[in-house]
Design a protein around this ligand. Structure first.
Ligand code: PFF
Length: 479
């Protein structure tokens, strides 16, 4: 049978796993959610959740993957009869996230090109238009957004076709350190702008956003908890099998607990750094601009670069950074799907057929991505609310929000909750202990892990899930 090839080194694994975690969620999600939800207080709640849930689920997922040597579907199948379907939830989540992630990744490529145009005063630059007009024009040109979205899908596919060691590891081992350096350059630029200090206050000082009228009222504790929890799952790529899949390629020699801790720490550091790059820029140069979501990245930030000396150079650097971050995440999502089919083919003695499966999966992702791109500014005329016959709301009026709500809001916390129940109550935490302590490694947080995986994490997960459902569907459970 053909050998299942994994990562060549622990550094390569770490860069790939951090690459999966560091993505659009860090850049436009974290800083704004932190500012709007109590600044430093949010950070503390996020860190507590990361310690009691993030690291626990991370260790659990990596251990399941490495123990079984299979992608998400194969791992759950090998482990438990009751939970054998759970891997499919991961594959479905990966598709839904990829649909909108690739569309947004495509927009980021467009903005690199736009800033190159600005640098050379070429016709494909902003042509003196404001950020809002540039984005509006781009959104109303459906063909253009479809083309950029598909370029992003194509790049993702080519890397995954190269395999784990050849494609994913190579790209991430160069891309992630480069991303870090570009981020440092952008932070220095943003934080030395006059007025940048208000951005730091927005992000870190509790209550500053309400006192200064940036947000109307302070959110209550449960909504802060669920916002932090939802952000954490998405940001750490947990609850849908990405880390199970990467764990399945990790060598048995490596220290799993230390790797899990490092991934969580690095992801959180990059999220904070991304905040130091985008938020001070917004407060200094576009004080009325959006603070989150696509508008932060594609309108506010472009306005910031338009007003900054040498702005097109910083614009190119910044959007390149975002493209790197997005692509290192999208390859991990596609790998969740491809790994499963390769495993099946290999088990059937047919070789791994990686190229063929990458192509088929990418075509399916491309179709969903086209749907999201066509939908830009309601263009396609078939919003989820029309199809489902429901009223217009935050999740039903466009495909991007719909896929985001179902995957990030519901399926990821649900996937993590069920994984904890599977490990804590069905197969028992000893499975993880056996895997972590291979080759003489010690499991330093074993006692903590066991309590969390059985009780604390599932309860926190339930609260996060309820809070997410409440905020998406407006049930009013948490006021
Ligand atoms: N962690 C990525 C981000 O923060 O943008 C998103 C993501 C990647 C989620 C991979 C899930 C995943 F499997």
């Amino acid at each position: 049978m053909e050998e299942r090839k994994g990562f060549g080194s622990n550094f390569g694994f770490l860069m790939a796993a951090v690459g999966s975690a560091v993505g659009l969620g860090n850049i436009w999600g974290f800083p704004n959610k932190m500012g709007a939800n109590g600044g430093f207080t949010f950070l503390i709640i996020y860190l507590i959740l990361a310690a009691c849930c993030g690291i626990i689920v991370m260790i659990g997922e990596l251990a399941l993957g490495r123990k079984t040597g299979k992608g998400a579907v194969g791992a759950y199948k090998a482990l438990s009869k009751k939970f054998k379907w759970l891997g499919w939830l991961g594959i479905l989540s990966a598709f839904l996230i990829l649909f909108f992630y690739c569309a947004l990744g495509g927009y980021c490529i467009k903005y690199v090109v736009l800033n190159v145009g600005n640098l050379f005063n070429a016709g494909f630059g902003s042509n003196g238009l404001s950020g809002a007009d540039v984005f509006g024009n781009f959104m109303s040109n459906q063909m253009e957004s479809v083309i950029y979205g598909l370029i992003f899908v194509l790049l993702t596919m080519l890397i995954v076709m190269g395999g784990v060691g050849g494609g994913i590891e190579k790209v991430c081992s160069v891309g992630m350190p480069a991303l870090f350096i570009i981020l440092l350059i952008c932070i220095i630029r943003a934080c030395t702008l006059p007025g940048a200090v208000n951005g730091l206050k927005y992000m870190f000082v509790p209550g500053w956003a309400v006192e200064n009228g940036v947000i109307p009222k302070a959110p209550n504790f449960f909504s802060v908890l669920s916002t932090a929890g939802g952000q954490m799952f998405f940001s750490l790529s947990l609850g849908m099998g990405a880390m199970i899949t990467y764990g399945s390629y990790l060598s048995k020699k490596e220290n799993l607990e230390k790797n899990a801790l490092l991934i969580v720490i690095m992801d959180t550091i990059v999220a904070l750094m991304a905040g130091l790059c985008v938020i001070p820029g917004r407060f200094a140069l576009d004080p009325e601009g959006a603070l989150g979501g696509p508008a932060l990245l594609f309108i506010t930030m472009q306005n910031v670069f338009d007003k900054m000396p040498l702005g097109s150079v910083f614009g190119i650097l910044f959007y390149l950074l975002v493209v790197f971050a997005a692509i290192s995440s999208s390859i991990s999502l596609l790998e969740v799907i491809v790994a499963h089919f390769c495993d099946k083919a290999r088990d059937a003695g047919k070789g791994d057929k990686r190229k063929a499966y990458s192509l088929i999966a990418a075509v399916a992702v491309g179709l969903g991505c086209v749907l999201v791109c066509l939908d830009c500014l309601g263009g396609a005329g078939i919003a989820p609310m029309d199809l489902l016959g429901v009223e217009k709301s935050g999740w039903s009026d466009c495909w991007l929000d719909f896929f985001d709500c179902v995957s990030e809001g519901i399926m990821m916390p649900l996937g993590a909750l069920l994984m904890c129940l599977c490990i804590g109550w069905e197969v028992g935490p000893k499975v993880v202990d056996d895997e972590v302590t291979l080759e003489g490694n010690t499991f330093k947080s074993k006692g903590f892990f066991n309590i969390c995986v059985k009780f604390i994490t599932p309860i926190a997960m339930l609260l996060v899930l309820a809070g997410q459902l409440d905020s998406f569907f407006g049930f009013g459970w948490f006021g």
